[in-house]
Design a protein around this ligand. Structure first.
Ligand code: SF4
Ligand code: SF4
Length: 412
């Protein structure tokens, strides 16, 4: 689609990026059929092609209205449409730009402003962890709606202290260590069993995705720069081979630092190098399948597993089928799951901001996951895990927790 940028965007980097993305869209509508919100709501403006058209109108100078904001808010940023699109339209980047433009020009109702501020500040603050721990202690007394947001506490267990020649940095993150610290501990034990040391560097923290996706790009970049500053001494010294991010939603964000900071002369080069080092754990473990098999306890019962690949893993990072392949090699019986390309409705803060759509998508996803009688649901992103866990009748775990449970020996 040819787009003539309005004067206010004509010279801006974002305007030019949006124009380039819009140029690739041929308006064919293939993406619409695989869009979860279009499937539920059936309105063209709640599908990718309609949203792309709304953003094009803003780019060309149309008035920004509340209707447009609502249709873009309903988008999960799952990027399923990118996987479907035959023309390579980078919808995720475009919708981020569209949302920022709307945020600049249209004030939200006070309750929405308050809620978004609370999420931005609360989820990434230092008191989120203690508050979550308190919530977990009194979980049995909480009302159902709040209980669904507070996963039951799982003790993390011992952290390995051995040093190996192979070293990686582990992203500290924000929500995950507060909600399920067992995931990071399990990751560190699995890496240790494979002869890889991992360190969570003091001073690092949230990857920036929460602020970025709440149309606060400056806040997201502030988080990114802080992480780069924390990691840089070890990266620059060539001491580490990767930055491992075991929440796929955060992985997408860190892999995008290079793009997001491309216009920052002070950080562009470092951000690019950090992004090249960013890896989902499966990108390390895929090549170590045989070694992993040798460190697992022998003769464990085969378990029926339903795997939910997060959108941020399969559509964002374009990693498809690798975790499933590894789990099968390690003895899991993976049951078929229909429509595994569709979002579970978690989508970062979406489950709070769009509860009805989110709940509908969760119900659909759980029906698909449970259809073939699994004993456990595994996934790769903290948001999906806690979201599905709140409605599932069987355990929901990170796939690294599942492997960790099967290690033959663990650090004392
Ligand atoms: S985004 Fe891709 S699939 Fe969707 S309408 Fe445009 S070209 Fe077609
Ligand atoms: S990102 Fe997901 S919800 Fe948004 S338009 Fe694309 S497919 Fe639909």
């Amino acid at each position: 689609m040819e787009t003539t940028l309005a004067p206010r965007y004509a010279e801006s980097p974002q305007g030019l990026i949006a124009q380039e993305i819009l140029r690739r869209c041929v308006h064919c509508g293939f993406c619409t059929a695989t869009c979860p919100t279009y499937q539920i709501l059936g309105d063209e403006r709640d599908g990718p092609r309609g949203r792309i058209y709304l953003i094009k109108q803003i780019a060309e100078g149309a008035e920004v209205g509340r209707e447009t904001q609502i249709h873009l808010d309903r988008c999960l940023t799952c990027r399923n449409c990118e996987t479907t699109c035959p023309s390579g339209v980078e919808y995720g980047k475009l919708v981020d730009i569209g949302r920022e433009w709307i945020e600049d020009r249209l004030q939200r109702p006070p309750t929405e402003r308050w809620m978004r501020q609370l999420l931005k500040a609360g989820l990434t603050s230092s008191w989120f962890g203690p508050a979550m721990r308190l919530g977990q202690q009194v979980r049995g007394l909480l009302p159902a709606s709040l209980k669904a947001k507070v996963p039951a506490y799982r003790p993390p267990g011992p952290i390995p202290r051995r040093q190996h020649a192979r070293k990686v940095i582990l992203l500290k993150g924000c929500v995950q260590p507060a909600m399920i610290p067992a995931i990071d501990a399990a990751t560190q034990r699995v890496l240790d069993a494979l002869g890889i040391s991992s360190e969570i560097v003091p001073g690092s923290g949230c990857c920036g995705a929460i602020r970025h996706h709440l149309a606060d790009p400056a806040g997201g970049l502030e988080n990114a720069r802080r992480n780069i500053d924390s990691w840089w001494p070890q990266v620059n010294a060539g001491e580490i081979e990767a930055i491992v991010i075991n929440a796929s939603g955060c992985g997408v964000m860190v892999k995008d630092y290079g793009h997001l900071l491309a216009h920052d002369p002070e950080y562009a080069e470092r951000a690019e190098r950090i992004s090249r080092l960013a890896k989902d754990p499966i990108e390390l473990l895929d090549a170590l399948s045989a070694t992993l098999q040798s460190v697992l306890a022998p003769s464990l019962a085969v378990q029926r597993v339903a795997f939910h690949p997060p959108c941020t893993l399969q559509h964002g990072q374009k990693i498809k089928g690798a975790v499933e392949r590894l789990l099968t090699a390690l003895g899991a019986h993976l049951v078929p799951v229909a429509d595994s390309h569709l979002c579970c409705g978690s989508a970062g803060t979406y489950s709070v901001l769009q509860p009805q759509l989110s709940q509908e998508l969760k119900a659909r996803k759980l029906t698909a996951l449970m259809a073939n009688g699994p004993e456990v649901i595994l996934s790769a992103n903290i948001g999906c895990i806690t979201h599905l866990e709140s409605g599932a009748k069987i355990p929901v775990r990170h796939w690294l927790e599942w492997i960790d449970e099967r290690l033959e020996s663990k650090p004392a």
